[in-house]
Ligand binder design. Structure first.
Ligand code: SF4
Length: 422
């Protein structure tokens, strides 16, 4: 399969194409994955489901590949994939397809602090903390109010691609109650203890705070302020803290900064106005596109150029509930948005539409790897023209497990600067 990408993108290095292949098509299960998990690889949230007759056995597999000692990619097990992992006699792992050994790989290890328990015996998950490569992702309120709120037709206001903002076991474990703004005090205390233990371990490099949305940007500020403050107190000056809330007004960004945030990431999800209105109903109805963009621009005034980012889902422009458009028009829209944002000191990041159960999209609706690489190439050219690498506070080679921007910057020598353009 990778041959098609090699022929289409001869200018891209093989390791980048292999990462793309892994992200889109995964690997089929082999015993080598089980061995890696047994030997200390950070565990995947989705173990491999091995079916024996009517019974299903769940086998732990690793969470993240490291390709050729550098780029990381999520481990997605799909038995339809041509690719698989083989262990050599000397213990090293190689990624293969049916014709060849592609490259050496290993797996990101679980950080030492993962076995830490808080003073009341809670795990990291009950404190809302996950290890993603060298990033600590904090999600104290996974339930998103847009899932609970309905329009006149009885449809929820959630984003069309999102299945992770539901209220459920995860939000319940964190004491999150629908409609309540303040994070649970017990969960905040646990968060402090887990982050303090993690920072002592010395393996983490940055902290990213995220969560489901409130119905009003003012409430979003009140929700996130105690989380920012707790994270800063726990990590001191040793780790970068980024606030990944919904967009807030400039005064809200200023309060985030005063509480200890170094940077922020307010995800607009799509640049095209009609796609935003139809596919991001909650963001459009309760914040609005212009206010979201103004929130990003206001954040630049507060945090400085190069310290503000916004993530996008490439591909939602093409399909309902968006009105739809041809692929070339989508690329033009993405380039227009990326140009606008970069020229104002904001980093845009793109992930492809990955259809998941329970969203507006079927299994075949995802963006193709070829089209995603075309998007990435166009946006890379914009970064290169402006000497504007993806800042390492936001995402780096150690945590960019589902994105390609950092790998493009690295491949073409643009990586490294923490603060771009002035
Ligand atoms: S704002 Fe959208 S993407 Fe974020 S949790 Fe809510 S529905 Fe999901």
């Amino acid at each position: 399969m990778i041959t098609a990408l090699e022929e289409r993108f001869p200018e891209l290095p093989a390791s980048l194409l292999w990462k793309t292949e892994l992200l889109f098509r995964g690997v089929r299960y082999t015993e080598a994955l089980k061995q890696a998990a047994e030997e200390g690889a950070a565990p995947n949230f989705w173990p491999y489901a091995f079916r024996e007759g009517l019974k299903t056995r769940y086998i732990p597999v690793p969470y993240l590949f490291r390709i050729d000692g550098g780029a990381v990619a999520r481990v997605r097990v799909d038995d339809r994939s041509e690719c698989f992992v083989r262990r050599k006699e000397d213990g090293r792992y190689v990624l293969c397809d049916s014709r060849r050994e592609a490259c050496e790989i290993d797996f990101v290890k679980a950080h030492k602090w993962q076995s830490f328990r808080t003073s009341d015996g809670a795990t990291q998950f009950e404190a809302g903390v996950e290890q993603l490569g060298d990033m600590l992702v904090v999600n104290m309120a996974p339930g998103c109010e847009y899932f609970r709120m309905k329009d006149a037709a009885g449809q929820s206001h959630r984003c069309s691609f999102c299945a992770y903002g539901r209220f459920g076991a995860r939000s319940a474990a964190l004491g999150q109650v629908g409609g309540r703004v303040a994070p649970d005090p017990t969960a905040l205390k646990r968060l402090y203890e887990v982050l303090a233990a993690a920072v002592e371990g010395g393996e983490a490099r940055h902290v990213y705070l995220t969560g489901g949305s409130m119905s009003d940007p003012a409430l979003e500020v009140e929700r996130f302020l105690p989380i920012v403050e707790t994270a800063r107190r726990a990590v001191g000056g040793r780790l970068r803290v980024t606030c990944g809330s919904g967009a807030v007004d400039p005064e809200g960004s200023r309060r985030f900064r005063e509480a200890g945030a170094d940077s922020c990431c307010y995800n607009l999800e799509t640049w095209d106005a009609e796609t935003f209105r139809t596919a991001c109903s909650g963001k459009s109805t309760f914040v609005g596109r212009q206010r979201w963009i103004d929130g990003l621009l206001g954040a630049v005034e507060v945090f400085g150029r190069g310290n503000v980012a916004s993530a996008f889902v490439a591909g939602i422009e093409l399909l309902p509930p968006a009105p739809g458009m041809p692929a070339q028009r989508m690329i033009e829209s993405i380039v227009e948005g990326a140009t606008f944002l970069m020229d104002r000191g904001i980093t845009p990041l793109y992930s492809p539409l990955w259809p998941v159960d329970g969203t507006a999209y079927g299994p075949e609706d995802g963006l193709s790897p070829e089209l995603f690489l075309r998007v990435e190439l166009e946006v890379y050219r914009l970064r290169a023209e402006r000497s504007f690498p993806v800042p390492s506070w936001l995402i780096c080679r150690g945590c960019s497990y589902m994105l390609l921007e950092v790998d493009f910057d690295h491949a073409f020598g643009l990586a490294g600067a923490a603060v771009p353009v002035s």
